[in-house]
Design a protein around this ligand. Structure first.
Ligand SMILES: Nc1ncnc2c1ncn2[C@@H]1O[C@H](COP(=O)(O)OP(=O)(O)OP(=O)(O)O)[C@@H](O)[C@H]1O
Ligand SMILES: [Mg+2]
Length: 357
């Protein structure tokens, strides 16, 4: 399973061209700042997931002065090629093996079967920043391991949105008589039921993932840093079990706050290196090493689960690391295909191809 090539036309400041990759090993995209390295990863990612990791508005990808952009990637899945093409205009149109699939990428033929794991410099903020960033990172990793998780998250968020809207709307439909349920109370009951149903599934997924990832992340951290510092990841759920009673008893508080106060949308994770909390106490290099260890551990879990290696898209991972860490990082990038961008030449026996921009 690998990315064979990606062809770009009118993509940001990147020269139009076909970029070919080798199956397995590290494909190094080397170039100066602004040469278009991240844009190539963006093209691969977009044709795999239907999204850009840099912007919500795909129009931003079209080279200034041009009317459209075309990105075409050939994915090799179990020895057969799948060609996914995105024509970005006012609306993005996708084709899969030259068949029009409309404005939503048919995930059955790409993302579900072909897993890409992305790491960008922004991911360091998931280690050092606010809880929402950590939740997003872990959600991406858990979903990459089991696609059904994304569906549960999406259902939960829909319910949460509706419930919050109800909390924000004025109270006039609520019954004054405690023994008679008003329309609004009935609606609350429905949302509470769904919120607990999806919420508890999310909690279970997150709990299991953290239990599995600790040991493997530790191994990678030791490999890259060549130190035996202990890395510990804890899942800190807002509520260990989301119960209807809890939602009911907190309802008055929630009506004042006009938002849902309980549930996995308020979860966090704590990551420690020895006794230092990653969020406040780690150096940049340590944060990066921690982030990469988590990514590589996820890669390993996917391999164990699905039996094949996901493709690694690694944007600028070597910066901020000292030369020893870069050396060991390159030596321990998990087996399979990796596409890696860098501004400085890196030497390693694992590099199978260098694309000079
Ligand atoms: N819509 C656009 N039209 C034209 N140029 C653009 C557009 N969007 C971005 N650019 C430019 O495209 C170039 C390539 O950007 P990209 O982020 O891919 O570079 P990079 O090689 O990853 O750089 P860095 O090493 O700084 O990360 C940049 O010079 C950027 O300013
Ligand atoms: Mg870049």
């Amino acid at each position: 399973m690998f990315v064979q090539s990606t062809e770009t036309k009118n993509l940001r400041g990147l020269q139009n061209g076909i970029y070919e990759f080798t199956d397995g090993g590290i494909n190094l995209i080397l170039g100066k700042n602004g040469s278009g390295k991240t844009s190539i990863l963006e093209a691969v990612y977009l044709t795999n997931s239907g999204e850009s990791f840099r912007t919500q508005k795909k129009l931003n990808l079209i080279k200034t002065g041009e009317e459209f952009s075309v990105l075409t990637t050939v994915f090799n899945i179990f020895n057969s090629n799948i060609t996914v093409s995105a024509l970005i205009k006012n609306i993005t149109h996708y084709t899969v093996n030259n068949k029009n699939v409309g404005s939503v990428l048919n995930t059955k033929t790409s993302k579900d079967e072909f897993r890409c794991l992305l790491f960008t410099p922004d991911d360091i903020q998931a280690i050092s920043g606010a809880p929402a960033l950590r939740r997003d990172m872990f959600d991406r990793y858990i979903g990459a391991l089991d696609n059904r998780y994304f569906k549960i998250i999406s259902e939960y968020n829909k319910v949460l949105k509706q419930r919050n809207a109800l909390l924000k709307s004025n109270d006039k439909h609520t019954s004054n008589n405690a023994s008679v349920l008003g329309d609004k109370d009935i609606t609350f009951n429905i949302w509470n039921l769904k919120l607990t149903e999806f919420g508890n599934q999310i909690i279970e997924y997150r709990d299991k993932f953290v239990m599995k990832i600790n040991e493997i992340a530790q191994t990678y951290y030791n490999y890259i840093s060549q130190e035996d510092n202990k890395i510990s990841i804890y899942y800190k759920p807002n509520t260990a079990v989301l119960e209807i009673e809890k939602l009911n008893s907190g309802l008055e508080k929630e009506k004042i706050a006009q938002t849902t106060l309980f549930g996995p949308h308020r979860d966090d994770y704590e990551i420690y290196l020895q006794s230092q909390l990653s969020r406040y106490q780690l150096s940049r290099g340590e944060q990066r090493t921690t982030g990469l260890s988590l990514l590589f551990a996820t890669h390993q879990l996917i391999k164990n689960n699905l039996g094949y290696n996901p493709v690694l898209l690694l944007d600028d991972i070597a910066s901020e690391l000292d030369s020893t860490r870069v050396k060991y990082l390159m030596e321990h990038i998990p087996i399979g295909q990796a596409i890696l961008t860098t501004t400085e030449k890196i030497s390693s026996t694992n590099i199978s191809k260098i694309i000079n921009l």
